[in-house]
Design a protein around this ligand. Structure first.
Ligand SMILES: Nc1ncnc2c1ncn2[C@@H]1O[C@H](COP(=O)(O)OP(=O)(O)OP(=O)(O)O)[C@@H](O)[C@H]1O
Length: 626
């Protein structure tokens, strides 16, 4: 029988498994048991939804067998099985090519990362076995087939014999090596331990014949020393109670963490766990996790949000997107409800009232848990926020602010006064009584913003300023409009919203000077005027219209045919010695003043993090003056 080659991606994953130095090889058993359980789910589901089939619950189980002599470990299930085509399709091709793309990007990283982060599935068997045989009979079909492979050089599929529907996977374990003892996977003790650790909640019995000891009949009794004999008994190794159905009091942090890491392929513990239930018109149990950091594909289009959905313990959907709003797309978890019909289709689910109620409740719960985390464990919240803050801010803005109510209390910005991240609520609570607006300034980094000339006067008033360093920040805040009736105001906006001390009078002469400078600068600026906000700096740029300079930067960094331009106003500090010079030149050397205007405008642009339009002219002008 000629061998068939694995698809190239599969071959690479397989190679990785075969040569894996991953220390937790035992997870192969979790993966195979989980596949077995999924396959029984599929058959169980057919049975539940088809009146023509009667089933006996005892017929659904997973069995583990060991054979020390032949060094084989067998995992069989009474699930739906695989046809010949499915054996080829499912085991010859890696399903999750997405995870594999990631691996190719990080080719040099240790395999720890990929194995820890993804469910590597069936191929993980090759971490411990040098030969894998799969014998399967599909539900509704006559024939059984055998898939066999000794590694990356290919596999065969041949006709085989099997009475019952289901799948049997036989692993021929690798020989022991210096540091690896594969024999341990034949030991009852190890198998028990691995099953308890990873697969305790699997809802079908995982059975194994275990060796027990009992006194020989007739050897017991007074004055006798009992003799013992070995016997075998079928035992169910797992408790079968899903963790979300257990009482919170029965569960330790470790239980939640283990479950999370195994089910959602993370190698960090979650930042928070939300285990909640409701009884009444709608009843459900939900177990949700807030990851501590963003998965690699979180900000890519490949990321799929959603919670697993169970109807009374039966998995009906792996990722039900309708259960999570976009703003909380990072939440992982599951919902189990007795009120959902098993027959429900994806399309029907969208309109299911029960599901909508559950989704609404969960939204509220996630929000309140996040607020609690922010208050009670700020360090963890900020760690979480460093991964998902962007998403939260984006959600304020996205879809015309549809989800802004849900997220506005969760976003944080760096405060110039507090020198740390603060929420909008915390900002407002510390506002002096006379402060009417929430002030913010945009820039590349907090440090750069703190040095911006535009912040001087606001700081002087004793008002705090929030630093907007993310592209999305100002857009989000524009969408929000107000927070608790307080409007947002940029320190660069034309009107700062408070009375400023009367600066040198706007004399006719000054007006003439500014007009001259404006003409000299041409269409670069909309206006040149005396500043009310500058104290020690000579100049700054502010925006005249709705579009701020920061927004201009962001929009122009995106691919588009048309570039936008914010209206620029050059503000001049009339109390600065520079202005004396300007006046002098206006009277004596207007040509020179034109050059000064250009230099001042250029400096203001540079402070703002923009580039000067003509760097050569700018530099020439400076050199000439020097
Ligand atoms: N015991 C089994 N019975 C029936 N089908 C199976 C069994 N084991 C594997 N399969 C099929 O092979 C496919 C590939 O399995 P594999 O474990 O590689 O990926 P997966 O289960 O889809 O993903 P993951 O393990 O990450 O959840 C499965 O989706 C399933 O269709």
């Amino acid at each position: 029988m000629a061998k068939k080659a694995f698809k190239s991606e599969s071959k690479r994953l397989l190679d990785m498994m075969i040569h894996s130095i991953y220390t937790h090889k035992e997870i192969f058993l979790r993966e195979l048991v989980s596949n077995a359980s999924d396959s029984i789910d599929k058959l169980y589901y057919i049975a539940l939804t088809d009146d023509n089939i009667t089933f006996n619950k005892d017929d659904y189980y997973i069995r583990i067998e060991t054979d020390e002599k032949n060094r084989t470990l067998t995992i069989s299930d009474t699930g739906i099985g695989m046809s010949k085509e499915e054996l080829e399709e499912n085991l010859g091709t890696i399903a999750k090519s997405g995870s594999f793309d990631f691996k190719s990007d990080l080719e040099h990283e240790e395999d720890h990362d990929i194995i820890g982060q993804f469910g590597v599935g069936f191929y993980s068997a090759f971490m411990v076995a040098d030969k894998v045989t799969v014998i399967s009979k599909k539900y509704g079909e006559e024939d059984a087939y055998k898939w066999e492979s000794e590694g990356a050089d290919g596999y065969t599929v041949t006709k085989s014999a099997k009475d019952e529907v289901g799948t049997k996977i036989i692993l021929t374990l690798k020989s022991n090596a210096d540091e690896e003892n594969y024999d341990e996977f034949l030991s009852e003790y190890t198998i028990r331990r691995i099953i308890k650790k990873y697969s305790d909640y699997i809802r079908y019995p995982i059975k194994m014949m275990v060796k027990k000891s009992r006194p020989k009949p007739g050897t017991e009794g007074e004055g006798k020393t009992p003799e013992y004999e070995d016997y075998f008994e079928d035992e169910t190794l797992n408790s079968m109670v899903p963790i979300w159905r257990k009482n919170k009091s029965e569960l330790k942090d470790e239980d939640y963490n283990n479950f999370y890491k195994e089910k959602f392929f993370d190698y960090d513990n979650p930042a928070a766990v939300i285990h909640t239930s409701a009884d009444g018109i709608t009843s459900y149990k939900a177990l949700m996790f807030l990851p501590a950091r963003a998965p690699y594909d979180y900000y890519s289009k490949d990321f799929e949000k959603g919670l697993a959905l169970y109807a009374n313990g039966v998995l009906i959907m792996d990722k039900c997107a309708d259960l999570l709003p976009d703003c909380f797309s990072f939440v992982k978890g599951l919902v189990d409800s007795a009120d959902l019909s098993l027959n429900i289709s994806r399309e029907m689910l969208q309109h299911d009232r029960q599901l909508q109620i559950i989704a609404k409740n969960l939204q509220k719960k996630i929000k309140s848990e996040l607020i609690k985390l922010m208050k009670d464990d700020r360090e963890t919240y900020e760690k979480f926020y460093s991964g998902f803050g962007r998403q939260l801010k984006f959600s304020v803005y996205n879809e015309f602010g549809r989800e802004k109510e849900l997220v506005q209390d969760l976003i944080l910005f760096y405060s110039i006064k507090e020198k740390k991240l603060v929420s909008l609520k915390e900002y407002i609570e510390k506002m002096p009584e006379d402060q009417k607006f929430i002030y913010y300034a945009c820039g590349e980094s907090n440090e750069k913003i703190e040095k911006l000339p535009q912040t001087e006067l606001v700081k002087d008033k004793g008002y705090d300023i929030l630093c907007f360093t993310d592209d999305i920040d100002e857009f989000a805040i524009k969408m929000l409009g107000k927070y608790e009736e307080k409007e947002f105001k940029s320190v660069s906006s034309g009107d700062l919203g408070f009375e400023t001390e009367a600066k040198q009078e706007e004399s006719e002469e000054n007006k003439e000077i500014f007009l001259f400078m404006k003409d000299a600068l041409g269409d670069k600026v909309k206006d040149v005027k005396a500043s009310t906000r500058l104290k020690s700096h000579p100049v700054c740029i502010t925006s005249g219209g709705e579009l701020s300079i920061e927004m201009e930067k962001v929009l122009n960094s995106m691919p588009a045919d048309q570039k936008v331009k914010a209206e620029r106003v050059l503000e001049i500090n009339v109390d600065h010695p520079v202005f004396e010079k300007i006046k002098e030149l206006f009277a004596s050397d207007k040509e020179k003043l034109k050059k000064y205007a250009d230099i001042l405008y250029g400096s203001a642009l540079l402070i703002e993090g923009l580039t000067v339009d003509d760097p050569i002219e700018f530099s020439n002008n400076i050199c000439e003056l020097i």
